[in-house]
Design a protein around this ligand. Structure first.
Ligand SMILES: [Zn+2]
Length: 495
């Protein structure tokens, strides 16, 4: 607003100055006297100014004509491009104008305008590396996939634009879900520009999706080398990949390499539960139960976890409950305050049929942190101590609707996984699973569960538990725990 006002004022000042100058010229007496070979011309002041301007225009025209004449002469002398070069200068100007218009149109979201401007610019400029870029982006903007792909393919032929072309087609393939082609393109793009962070990420994700762990580890190393990820993140992710690699090798039954790879993974990241489990299992297979114990003990100190306990049980599968209780002391004496340690110890005591000790081991966990597992343990303790069916079923009923406790949950999409995996089964996120409590109970029961205590609490035989349509695994587990305490550890261990 203020600016346009200033502009208007300046415009008026200039017009006024010009008018004043003209009047001054008319009124002044002087003039221009030209003497040329006996002729003498006298010009008034205003006429002199007009003549000067006319002279400038004439000079400009003469220069243009001379330029054209020179081009014609050069053409006649054999320089075939002289004439076209002369006209090219005009074309270039028009071409860059069209290109600039096209870019502005693209920036303002007018894809169609941008495309026609790009075509015009190409006609004048003949610089496909510039105009194709504009065309491809404009085609993407208007959703013309075929045209965009065509243009990207043309970009492949020039060294300077090859990466843009590959990246463009890669994105299209990814959108179309064609991961095989996308992987090849990502590899190509990575070969051209290994430092390009987006390409690294896309390649890593595709390799992880395909389960090509050794290739994914190479990409990860490249990411570290080019400073795209911090060293500790690299260490953790490399451990994840090394582990996945180990898993793959395990499937083929090549146990020596698997052991080495899994141990390497474990060495780099002792807090990674699956790596520790894998390493311990392999050590046990190779008869080295001492090292397996050490690895699991170390991991338990960092993070108590049922998978670790299950692996620890597999070290000596045939021991008596009493022997097992004694041997597990290596685990349970560390992290004693952790709910996981308390529940493990309680389960071991139940297996050993020392129910008061189990109750002591669990403490008030079932009150302060009621999960289906801790409540089921309480049911087993009650059953073992000779509590009535009503009391036992009361605990089991609470266990039904209680939170499940920590699970392998994807940080990205919150999907619960029964087993750890390097890639989320739902959103394909890489290294996104963490062991934590779901934000809310994953076992939301339909309305009417508040009736359950009345139904299961009714005086009846133990068979009733099944007849009320309660087929939750926990109840079945609990029945096993209660009926055959010596099997606790095995039912707890994930097979
Ligand atoms: Zn996920």
């Amino acid at each position: 607003m203020l600016l346009s006002l200033v502009k208007i004022v300046i415009f008026f000042v200039i017009v006024a100055a010009l008018a004043y100058g003209g009047v001054l010229l008319l009124e002044s007496d002087g003039g221009l006297q030209l003497a040329f070979g006996g002729y003498e011309i006298a010009l008034g002041p205003l006429q002199a100014v007009i003549a000067f301007v006319a002279l400038l225009v004439a000079l400009w025209i003469i220069m243009k004509v001379v330029g054209l004449a020179l081009a014609v002469v050069k053409f006649l002398l054999g320089d075939e491009t002289a004439l076209s070069r002369y006209f090219d200068r005009n074309r270039e100007r028009k071409g860059f104008e069209a290109l600039a218009d096209g870019m502005l149109a693209l920036a303002s979201g007018e894809g169609r305008v941008a495309m026609s401007k790009a075509a015009k610019a190409e006609k004048y400029l003949r610089k496909p590396e510039l105009t194709n870029l504009l065309t491809a982006q404009a085609a993407e903007a208007v959703g013309d996939k075929r045209k965009a792909e065509e243009t990207y393919k043309r970009l492949l032929s020039d060294d300077r634009t090859r990466f843009v072309g590959v990246r463009g087609i890669l994105k299209q393939r990814l959108d179309a879900g064609d991961t095989d082609t996308a992987l090849k393109l990502a590899e190509k793009a990575f070969a051209i520009k290994p430092k390009h962070v987006e390409t690294q990420d896309v390649l890593l994700k595709l390799q992880a999706d395909k389960g090509d762990w050794s290739a994914a580890r190479r990409t990860l190393s490249a990411k570290l080398k080019h400073g795209a990820i911090p060293r500790d993140v690299h260490k953790r992710r490399d451990a994840v990949l090394a582990l996945s690699e180990a898993k793959g090798i395990l499937d083929d039954g090549a146990s020596i390499e698997a052991r080495e790879a899994a141990i390497e993974a474990n060495k780099k990241s002792p807090d990674l539960i699956p790596a520790a489990v894998m390493a311990a299992d392999n050590l046990v297979q190779n008869g080295n139960s001492k090292q397996a114990t050490r690895i699991l003990k170390k991991a338990w100190q960092v993070q108590p976890h049922p998978d670790l306990a299950a692996a620890f049980a597999r070290i000596e599968p045939d021991e008596t409950p009493a022997q097992r209780l004694k041997r597990f002391g290596a685990l349970t004496k560390a992290n004693t305050g952790d709910p996981e340690t308390k529940m493990l110890l309680a389960e071991l005591q139940i297996a050993n049929e020392d129910f008061p000790a189990a109750r002591r081991a669990l403490g008030d966990l079932a009150e302060i942190n009621p999960t289906s597992r801790s409540l089921t343990i309480m049911a087993a303790v009650e059953r073992g101590e000779g509590g009535s069916d009503v009391v036992v079923r009361g605990w089991l009923t609470r266990a039904l609707t209680a939170p499940r406790g920590p699970q392998w949950i994807c940080d990205n999409c919150n999907t619960v996984h029964t087993e750890w995996a390097p890639v989320c089964g739902n959103c394909s996120g890489f290294d996104t699973l963490s062991w934590r409590q779901p934000s809310q109970s994953e076992v939301a029961m339909p309305a009417g569960t508040e009736m359950l205590p009345m139904i299961v609490g009714a005086p009846a035989s133990a068979d009733n538990v099944v007849s009320v349509d309660v087929d939750t695994a926990d109840v079945v587990d609990a029945e096993i725990v209660a009926d055959a305490p010596s099997e606790t550890q095995d039912s707890d261990a994930k097979k």
